[in-house]
Design a protein around this ligand. Structure first.
Ligand SMILES: *Cc1c(COP(=O)(O)O)cnc(C)c1O
Length: 226
């Protein structure tokens, strides 16, 4: 399938989810996750109208970034090793995977401007997933107050790998509640207005539950066999 057709389907699903819940589709940013696909397919993605791109490894990120540069807004969505921060920090627009103080320190040290970050939350409790437990999020955000170059723009999660709609909805709702709590604290360095949640299989539910950024790979660009 062409990216443009996939995008049409995704937009129509977003529209339905928004109609159901009284949201405005313009409030949802679609991040095209290009980690599975080639430069050519990424070119097609940009041509289809997606200008927010996400990569989960620094090597893939640099390959795409070096090719497309300012033709896209760049999201780093995967777990980030501290030693890789220096490679991507002056290229990335938003980091979705801030999950520890040592990483915050490295970002703060290497960045020459304020970097928008999502704090990654492990809502599934699966050990294989990165991110902070829900209970650790607020103390973690408190510990970021002294970093000049970090702004917490929202929370990010990867939902558990299940089909149970109830479980997924509950996961997204919990992240939204946590976001509300942080937002109400009105911290200058942590406005926390956004929710990065929802992937190919669950973005329709995430949008109903308030996602502002969805990260869609396989349903948008395919999974690399195109
Ligand atoms: C790969 C990836 C996605 C996209 O996954 P799909 O299921 O293909 O849409 C989203 N978020 C993160 C963090 C990823 O690593």
């Amino acid at each position: 399938m062409h990216v443009a057709e996939n995008l049409q389907n995704i937009r129509s699903t977003i529209r339905q989810a928004c109609e159901k819940t009284g949201r405005n589709p313009d409030d949802i940013t679609i991040i095209g996750v290009t980690k599975y696909v080639t430069i050519e397919r990424t070119e097609e993605t940009i041509a289809a109208g997606i200008n927010n791109l996400g990569e989960n490894r620094s090597e893939g990120f640099l390959e795409k970034y070096n090719h497309f540069r300012d033709r896209a807004t760049w999201h780093f969505i995967g777990s980030l090793q501290s030693r890789k921060v220096k490679d991507i920090i002056d290229k990335v627009d938003t980091i979705h995977s801030l999950d520890r103080v040592s990483l915050a320190k490295e970002i703060d040290k290497r960045a020459d401007h304020v970097i928008d970050c999502f704090v990654q939350v492990n809502t599934s409790g699966e050990e294989s997933k990165h991110g902070l437990s829900k209970g650790a999020v607020i103390p973690f955000i408190d510990s970021l107050a002294t970093f000049q170059h970090i702004r917490v723009v929202g929370l990010m999660t990867m939902a558990p790998h299940v089909d149970d709609e109830h479980v997924l909805r509950n996961t997204f709702r919990q992240l939204a509640d946590l976001r509300d709590t942080i937002q109400q604290r009105d911290l200058k360095y942590a406005p926390c207005n956004y929710l990065s949640m929802g992937m190919s299989n669950d973005y329709h539910i995430a949008v109903e539950e308030g996602a502002t950024h969805i990260r869609v790979g396989s349903k948008l660009v395919g999974s690399g066999n195109e």
